[in-house]
Design a protein around this ligand. Structure first.
Ligand code: G3P
Ligand code: MG
Length: 252
């Protein structure tokens, strides 16, 4: 999703890529197939979800290291056997999906941002799955793999150099977007709290797209668009003003 914004203050109308955060977290239980489906139907251009590697070898959609907040299970994900994990209720009867189930649901209707949450082989495992989908026809530019864990992201990059990556930042580094250059990342994904204009300008000057999380207020979306941001992660894809959106996809 390499964005088209060249910076603030240009005469051309710039649009924001709308990225559904954990699907459409404001409308459905996060990181579930229902949430992904909602995001697509609410007009998201992309969906983001969090992925962890379970000890049994499967990649599953889960944000926290523990199960309490989002399911009726308890304890650490890594301590839960896979069959038990798959029987948990992740909200309104939804199950914790695997990466493959998420991709099968999305079926290339929108772009996919896989956020790697766990380390210790997750990058390589995600690369293995995504490369299979790319080999089957999924365009690499409709995939983006991100992580706060930059060494794990590097492992992913080594295993799947054809798939774009994004560095996730939750602060303003001393060298601004320098880590994105080092990792040859296509994008920098910034926390809204630290969407510093110098950081945004540095990323853009080096050809990186900039996406900001998590933005649910339309006025803040507008402010970020003026700063030259390319897209926002939002729990409410339906809240993005029409004036900031790309032209809608044609309905089948
Ligand atoms: O990828 C953007 C955003 O999801 C990062 O933060 O904690 O919501 O996964 P978090
Ligand atoms: Mg995330």
């Amino acid at each position: 999703m390499v964005g088209g914004n060249t910076g603030g203050g240009t005469a051309t109308r710039q649009t924001l890529t709308v990225i559904g955060h954990r699907g459409a977290r404001g409308h459905a239980p996060e990181n579930t197939l229902l949430s992904l489906d909602r995001a697509i139907h609410l007009g998201a251009d992309w969906v983001e979800f969090d992925v962890q590697l379970h000890p049994a070898g499967a990649l599953v959609l889960l944000h926290d290291l523990t199960l309490e907040r989002t399911t009726d299970g308890c304890g650490a994900l890594v301590d839960c056997d896979f069959d038990t994990l798959r029987r948990l209720d992740a909200g309104v009867g939804q199950k914790i999906p695997t990466l493959e189930e998420a991709l099968e649901l999305i079926e290339m209707q929108v772009g996919v941002n896989v956020e790697i949450k766990s380390a210790g082989g997750t990058g390589e495992a995600v690369a293995g799955v995504l490369r299979r989908y790319v080999a089957a026809g999924w365009p690499p530019d409709k995939l983006l793999v991100s992580s706060f864990h930059l060494p794990e992201l590097w492992e992913f990059r080594q295993a799947a150099p054809e798939i774009p990556i994004a560095v996730l930042l939750a602060g303003v580094p001393l060298d601004f977007a320098g880590c994105a250059t080092e990792l040859q990342a296509a994008a920098v994904n910034l926390s809204a709290e630290f969407a510093d204009p110098r950081l945004i300008a540095d990323a853009k000057a080096h050809g990186r797209s900039v996406y900001v999380y998590t933005v649910n207020d339309p006025a803040e979306m507008q402010r970020l668009q003026v700063l030259g941001v390319d897209g926002v992660f939002t729990d409410y894809p339906d809240r993005v003003p029409e004036s900031l959106r790309r032209p809608r996809r044609a309905t089948p």
